[in-house]
Design a protein around this ligand. Structure first.
Ligand code: HEC
Length: 133
């Protein structure tokens, strides 16, 4: 590759809109791997995100129940109606910047939706998926 092409290629990569990782998600990916997860996959994460299960309240729901189907838009809490800011880091720069916050909500939301905690694998896959948005 000629030098000019190389500069162009580097610029194109730098201009890519997807976030793909933050220091907080790097930390969590490492932690999930240490907990036994293998590599993480956005496609599998998308399936996990939209998987319907019987919630504690007895109704069928998935993560989209509150976060909506378009992650670039506001979500809405399915019970309280409270607005939830967009989950896509491309429109909401505050997303996935705090490992403690991410873990806190995984714990609460997974229990709400699946009546159990998410596994390290599920959390890593879902984060990979969310980071592409
Ligand atoms: C009952 C409503 C509800 C459901 C269902 C729900 N969430 Fe959430 N989620 C919230 C609220 C409320 C917040 C915190 C407010 C915010 O971050 O804007 C949140 C925040 C999060 C965060 C933190 C994001 C960050 O910025 O760090 C993650 C990760 C998350 N949810 C994942 C999930 C996953 C995975 C599922 C499905 C298993 C799910 N949520 C289902 C209501 C919900």
């Amino acid at each position: 590759m000629k030098f000019k092409e190389m500069v162009l290629a580097v610029c194109l990569v730098a201009a890519a809109p997807a976030v793909l990782a933050t220091p907080a998600t790097d930390e969590l990916f490492a932690r999930y791997k240490a907990a036994g997860a293998s590599s993480f996959d956005a496609e599998r994460g998308m399936k996990t995100w939209t998987k319907e299960a019987k919630s504690e309240g007895g109704e069928m729901m998935s993560c989209t129940a509150c976060h909506g189907n378009d992650l670039g838009k506001d979500g809405k809490h399915h019970k309280t109606g409270k607005l939830i800011k967009p989950m896509a880091p491309s429109v909401n720069a505050e997303r996935y910047t705090d490992a403690k916050k991410i873990e806190k909500w995984f714990k609460r939301n997974c229990n709400d939706v699946w009546s159990r905690e998410c596994t390290a694998q599920e959390k890593g896959d879902v984060l990979k998926f969310l980071l592409t948005k």
